[in-house]
Design a protein around this ligand. Structure first.
Ligand code: SAM
Length: 219
């Protein structure tokens, strides 16, 4: 394994072992400056941001990317926003726990607005605001759990809008993500479009559930 890929593995391992949001934030605060070089290293091949951006554009066919208002939740340094912007998206907001990660995202120029937020708590965004909500690499060990985050992401999505998220495969069932999705579906809030497995980090063996939810029409 190359040195950048090994460093990425080390930081990721520490972040996944975080006992709380504050510890997780401190790891990303330290990692921010070198994150892109390390996760983007060819041996590491972090493919999830591009796969999610492509899925978001494909499944939100009723509106062009240029006309879609998007929230990138857990945006980090902005890899998803950049991939969405390449597809023509212009109105992309981002939230993340780590201010240094947000500072790098701001430098990409891909985002309209960026704000610090802890997704383990209710978020500040208004109801029914976004056509697309993306969340990549943030539903993982030591980061963000299913409740209240999944319901919050659905809340801020417009009717017929979509939530596209990766959830690390090993926590999909044991950490209650699948159960929370079933609950949202049973309440009539969402239609489940996809729970396919995708490669998350090529060359590392991590797989993630690619969750796509469509927000249902209110009765
Ligand atoms: C692996 S990075 C993924 C970043 C970006 N989406 C990407 O794909 O490159 C995980 C991100 O989750 C953020 N994060 C961790 N805990 C969080 C929380 N409680 N609320 C919001 N963001 C959080 C971290 O700051 C970090 O930017």
């Amino acid at each position: 394994m190359s040195a950048p890929a090994a460093t990425a593995q080390l930081y990721l391992k520490q972040a996944r072992n975080s006992p709380n949001s504050k510890d997780c934030m401190e790891i990303y605060d330290k990692w921010a400056a070198t994150y892109n070089d390390e996760v983007g290293d060819s041996a590491q091949s972090y493919v999830a941001p591009v796969l999610v951006a492509q899925a978001a554009i494909k499944f939100k066919s009723s509106k062009s990317p240029a006309d879609s208002v998007i929230l990138d939740a857990g945006c980090g340094t902005g890899l998803v926003g950049q991939a969405l912007a390449i597809s023509g998206a212009r109105a992309i907001d981002g939230i993340d726990l780590s201010q240094p990660m947000l500072d790098i995202a701001r430098d990409t120029g891909a985002y309209r607005d960026l704000a610090q937020a802890d997704m383990n708590k209710p978020i500040a965004q208004k109801d029914d605001t976004y056509d697309i909500v993306s969340c990549v690499g943030t539903f993982t060990l030591g980061h963000v759990g299913p409740d209240p985050a999944l319901r919050e992401l659905v809340r801020v999505t417009k009717t017929k809008g979509i939530v596209v998220a990766t959830i690390l495969q090993e926590i999909w069932v044991p950490f209650g993500f699948k159960a929370e999705v079933e609950k949202l579906e049973a309440e009539g809030l969402v239609e489940v479009v996809s729970t396919d497995l995708i490669d998350y980090v090529k060359g590392h063996g991590d797989k993630a559930v690619l969750l796509i939810l469509k927000k249902s029409q209110r009765a």
